[in-house]
Design a protein around this ligand. Structure first.
Ligand SMILES: [Zn+2]
Length: 435
């Protein structure tokens, strides 16, 4: 054996387990011998004692913009906190960025992701610059880190496809340069008709180049923004079920309930993958509401209840749209628990699915993902007993393992508190299953 992780708690399994790794894959799962039974123990060059902590498949971020990370404050801050000022600031910053600066910023963010246990990332890349240096920087980064992190790149027309002459062609050039996924932004086109064309063009390119689709769709409070239905129609018409992601769809929050009911049935038929982005959409949407102020979010609970796959994205790290973020999918899940009304005892494990397996499915990576014999030895040893503690504490990743190699390790803070004359250690941890 190359590696054994002992005393691991696994989701959905009783007791503790040893994970045996050979040649980069999980070779065996055996119950840990914590009860003194005498069975021959496998031995390995590299042994990790998980100490009863949760060992999870790595986190997956299905939605981020790696070409914009760390730009808030580069020249200007987003002082109003609005989407419009974010777009304006990005529009000026991107004109002075160099390929090297984009690359280094993105590399720094990927390093943060690895430290926080995320080993699969889907990033959008702005394709509206004639130089396409953003595409060059991120495709190079994807290739440079591929031994540790899987990155998918979405050709994303930030300023629209039909708002100016070269954008449609730049999208296609980006795909030829190696983008993996076709994007779109129908609600940013000048007219509703152009929005429909935006979606149709993305699907045409996806068919032509054999790509997946992931469109920024209906990211507005406008209840008349209904481009996700066009996405579903194109998906069904072209037989692309399961290969298409609708990101954001915040307008769905404001749809009439009867329309939303009909729509969700169609999304289920299209096997549409939905990504919700709690950090950005909790602060950017419905700014014109005054009070009461609606939540700017898609209908995650209703979608899941009717069998539509929903994932959580991180979207931003200190960029022109959002000033916070540390590449932590657990932090995103924690926020969405509040914002999406997911605090029920049985809903919290669903949040964990939304940053792991659900997102792996959206990336079409489900077959090589998970803790199981024969799967790649990719996993995270969390400083938490279960998903309740992991999300509550936004736990550290004690070990992050990729293909049987430790790619990150952490030593969580030690706190010693003296109270009533006695010193004791404080970890904030609870027992198993939220008790
Ligand atoms: Zn986005």
């Amino acid at each position: 054996m190359d590696m054994i992780v002992r005393n691991a708690r696994l989701r959905g399994a009783e007791g503790l387990w040893d994970i045996e790794v050979e040649a980069g894959k999980i070779a065996a799962l055996a119950e840990s011998q914590t009860d003194g039974r005498k069975r021959p123990k496998a031995e390995a060059a590299n042994e990790i004692d998980a100490g009863g902590n949760l060992v999870s498949p790595p986190f997956v971020d299905p939605h981020v913009h790696l070409d914009a990370v760390f730009l808030d404050g580069r020249n200007t801050y987003n002082r109003s906190g609005t989407l419009l000022e974010g777009i304006k600031n990005w529009g000026t910053e991107k004109l002075t960025l160099t390929e090297e600066e984009i690359y280094q910023n993105a590399l720094r963010a990927v390093r943060w992701y690895v430290a926080n246990g995320t080993l699969k990332i889907r990033t959008h890349v702005d394709t509206t610059l004639e130089s396409l240096i953003n595409v060059r920087a991120l495709t190079k980064l994807r290739d440079d880190v591929k031994d540790t992190v899987d990155i998918q790149i979405v050709a994303f027309p930030q300023d629209g496809i039909f708002t100016a002459e070269p954008f449609a062609e730049l999208m296609e050039r980006s795909l030829k340069m190696g983008c993996d996924v076709v994007g779109g932004i129908p609600h940013n086109e000048l007219t509703r008709e152009d929005g429909v064309k935006d979606v149709e063009y993305a699907f045409e390119l996806a068919e032509k180049y054999g790509c997946l689709v992931d469109i920024h769709c209906d990211e507005t409070g406008d209840a008349q923004s209904r481009f996700v239905e066009t996405m579903a129609r194109e998906t069904i018409r072209r037989g692309m079920q399961g290969r298409v992601t609708a990101s954001h769809t915040t307008a769905m929050h404001n749809y009439d309930n009867d329309y939303a009911f009909k729509l969700i049935g169609i999304l289920a038929r299209a096997d549409m993958q939905m990504v919700t982005n709690p950090f950005d959409n909790s602060v950017l949407q419905n700014r014109n509401d005054g009070y009461p102020r609606r939540r700017g979010h898609t209908r995650a609970d209703e979608l899941l209840a009717r069998g539509v796959n929903v994932c959580i994205g991180h979207d931003s790290i200190m960029d022109p749209w959002y000033p916070m973020g540390k590449a932590s999918m657990l932090a995103a899940a924690n926020l969405f628990m509040h914002y999406g009304h997911f605090s029920g005892h049985d809903q919290i494990p669903v949040l964990f699915d939304m940053i792991t397996g659900n997102s792996a499915r959206a990336l079409r990576a489900q077959d090589s993902y998970g803790i199981g014999v024969g799967k790649p030895a990719d996993f995270v040893v969390l400083d938490a007993k279960d998903e309740y503690d992991a999300i509550r504490l936004e736990s550290e990743c004690l070990f992050v393992v990729r293909g049987g190699r430790v790619v990150s390790r952490a030593e969580p803070a030690v706190r010693r508190v003296t109270l009533a004359g006695r010193e004791s250690a404080v970890t904030f941890k609870s027992g198993v299953n939220g008790r």
